[in-house]
Design a protein around this ligand. Sequence first.
Ligand code: XMP
Ligand code: MG
Length: 179
Amino acid sequence: MQNDIQEVLITREQIQQKVEELGQQLSKEYEGRNPLVICILKGAFIFMSDLVKEITVPIELDFMAVSSYGASTRSSGEVKIIKDLDSSVEGRDVLIVEDIIDSGLTLSYLVDVLERRKVNSVKIVTLFDKPARRTVDLQADLSGFVLPDAFVVGYGLDYAEKYRNLPYIGVLKPEIYTT
Ligand code: XMP
Ligand code: MG
């Protein structure tokens, strides 16, 4: 698996440090409140589990799965809810935990859905951000690392469902996409 990686962009230690910082900021932000933290599956599962351990206010968790790239590295532009929330979000302070924001389509759709369900507030934390690739006006409230316009894998992120278990963020060798 490691042999398929051309370059490590962000190390395990850098990620760990950043996740701690984000957790501290969110603990301040939600002081005295009880947010509902929503993990966007599957990519955000590792970030979610590391992040919530750094949050010191009481939280509840839920999970949502939306359609993504499949085996391709480009967004289809279509957003579909594959797994919806178990809980009601009405009146809740909702924190969306996302792995990476690319075009922004997925999250702008989800924020819309949640607002129609009458949340009290909705904020977005993303570990990685590719602002250069935005096609809609969507910004995270908190973001960890800005990435260049390259397809990355690891720390939850996949290519054709592989590489999610790499503990760092890397770029695949170009021949991996073509074989
Ligand atoms: P949009 O374009 O809606 O996309 O902001 C967000 C989703 O796209 C996936 N994505 C990636 N997945 N490496 C990945 O493994 C990448 O470089 C990458 N860029 C975008 C990701 O699933 C995210 O939830
Ligand atoms: Mg994904």
